[in-house]
Design a protein around this ligand. Structure first.
Ligand code: NDP
Length: 517
């Protein structure tokens, strides 16, 4: 029943008119469903709370995508109780039995790919290809974790004693809290939830407040695929209101978080404290922000570097944790790279409503992000040279133009702080040594790329560039599950490596048994 080998789900080709028609039809269908109310899901029961999180389209702020019930503290506690109860049975199911639920979910997600993508177009103003690509990634997470959960049942080889039989195997650990970000509300939420569930744990999901509707849709599919109520629970609510309560609860065994550094560090600290009645140390996987750099060496293929920089910087409006936000260019090729990046950005980056499916960038997620990015653009105008700023549509949405600063000092705020928008900072360096030093002079270590024709420099980067995901002569975005296991180092995270061979080990504990013969 389980696939012996894993292959990445191909993305749809939107240059094919039939594919565009399918996406238009999905947008029309979802368009008729906008504005509906969605409950919490606790122990399989739908629950309304009288309070709502209203999710709007950032590209058209008058458009309500949906209203999702907002959890109180009691709802959050009930969800943990439901997960604790469900753990008793779910942990006993065979790994193959649980993995088959993930495969069923993958099949449903695949069938609903355009519809799910359409929800993200409305809820995030995500461009069509990015939204559909994310759905394909959710399929990858499910199939990869299904296969790897089954692999975990293989007994490890141990040394033997002549008169003792030994055994070593993995068991699930318990109730987890899953706190995903808004930027990949389908794929990351799915992976963070279904990985732990595959190996026998139960989960309470608190979706990001900006994207609760797509979160709800994914949980509905989990239930449809056969995840029992209680094994997955859905409590939308504000992180600042119910986050600490969920993380600190002594019944919780692990916390999975993906989001900003500040919140991740806060959660890490809270989870570290052993609460009254707690009988374990909590595990935390916290995958956080980045200030991802692309290095362009003097020997680089400049056209390839320019293409990689522009794609990495402006895809999904720079709202990917892997987005390139600083470029460190050797002085010998500096002017060529700056000119090339500006020319290419003008040619290929356009801003407009995700709904129309034409522009390469939509709006940014909300007013806070819009204000914060614009604040950084103002700071950048004082710190560096503005070499390009594109246009934005005249629409009621949070549209920020692609913006490029050059000649930035390495210590400039725009060269050091995560902006999480379509703002690119270019820094000139005198040597490859200096490029590596500047790249590493950061609290973050998520992704990085090096464009170079010099093998020795590429090998130096392999060893010395302090990132969790390093790319040589290719862009810094577009990690594929199973191909580029993804997670950062330093203050970019706990290095849990989503979509990698070791990810599921974060959610099991190993037991060694020795039996005297
Ligand atoms: P946030 O840290 O703002 O939010 C992430 C999640 O944490 C949300 O669900 C949020 O809820 C919740 N939260 C907020 N406060 C608390 C709290 N006190 N306790 C528990 N949960 C809380 O990040 P964003 O959603 O803005 O995501 C963008 C960030 O995510 C960027 O920094 C980006 O680099 C990073 N990211 C990292 C990835 C990686 O793999 N390393 C992948 C994708 C994104 P609420 O929405 O209600 O505030």
């Amino acid at each position: 029943m389980l696939r012996a080998t894993f292959t990445n789900e191909p993305s749809a080709d939107f240059s094919d008119p039939a594919v565009r028609d399918a996406m238009q039809a999905a947008l029309a269908k979802v368009g008729k469903e906008l504005g509906r109310e969605f409950p919490l899901i606790i122990g399989g029961e739908r629950r309304e709370t009288g309070n709502w999180i209203v999710s709007t389209n950032p590209g058209n702020t008058d458009q309500v995508v949906g209203k999702v019930a907002k959890a109180s503290k009691d709802d959050a506690l009930d969800a943990i109780a439901a997960a604790q109860d469900a753990f008793k049975e779910w942990r006993k199911l065979s790994m193959v039995g649980r993995a088959s639920v993930l495969l069923r979910m993958a099949a449903i997600v695949r069938r609903k790919r355009f519809e799910l993508a359409a929800w993200m177009v409305y809820e995030l103003d995500k461009p069509w290809d990015e939204a559909e690509g994310e759905v394909a990634e959710a399929v990858d997470f499910l199939e990869w974790y299904a296969a790897h959960a089954v692999k975990l049942t293989e007994r490890a080889e141990l040394a033997h004693l002549p008169n003792e039989a030994t055994d070593y195997f993995y068991q699930p650990i318990g109730v987890g809290i899953v706190i995903p970000p808004w930027n990949f509300p389908c794929a990351i939420l799915t992976g963070m939830t279904m990985g732990p569930i595959a190996v026998g744990n139960t989960v309470v999901i608190k979706p990001a407040t900006n994207t609760p509707v797509i979160g709800y849709k994914m949980v509905e599919i989990m239930l449809e695929a056969g995840v029992p109520g209680g094994v997955v629970n859905f409590v939308a609510g504000s992180g600042s209101e119910i986050g600490d309560l969920l993380v600190e609860d002594p019944r919780v065994r692990f916390v999975g978080f993906t989001g900003s550094k500040d919140v991740g560090v806060h959660i890490f600290e809270k989870a570290a404290k052993v609460q009254k009645g707690q009988r374990w140390l909590k595990r935390v996987t916290a995958e956080m922000g980045g200030k991802d750099a692309i290095i362009v060496d003097s020997s680089a293929d400049i056209d390839a570097a320019v293409e990689g920089i522009v794609t990495s910087a402006f895809g999904f409006s720079g709202q990917k944790c892997s987005a390139c936000s600083r470029v460190l260019v050797h002085e010998d090729v500096y002017d060529q790279v700056v000119d090339g990046v500006v020319v290419r950005t003008k040619a290929v980056v356009s801003v407009g409503s995700g709904l129309e499916g034409e522009a390469s960038m939509g709006a940014v997620v909300d007013k806070n992000q819009y204000d914060s990015i614009n604040k950084y653009i103002d700071i950048g105008k004082k710190e560096a040279k503005l070499v390009y700023q594109g246009d934005v549509p005249d629409a009621k949405g949070y549209y920020v133009p692609p913006t490029i600063f050059a000649d930035a000092p390495r210590s400039a705020r725009i060269a050091c702080e995560e902006i999480f928008g379509p703002v690119l900072t270019i820094v000139k360096v005198g040597s490859f040594d200096e490029a590596i030093e500047v790249a590493n002079d950061s609290e973050y270590g998520l992704t990085g790329s090096v464009y170079s024709g010099n093998r020795a420099n590429l090998e130096r980067a392999r060893e010395e560039f302090e990132v969790g995901n390093l790319y040589l002569n290719r862009k810094s975005t577009g990690a594929m599950m199973g191909v580029h296991p993804f997670a950062g180092v330093k203050l970019s995270g706990t290095n849990s490596k989503a979509g990698g061979p070791d990810y599921l080990l974060n959610f099991v504990e190993a037991k060694a048994v020795g039996e005297k013969l």
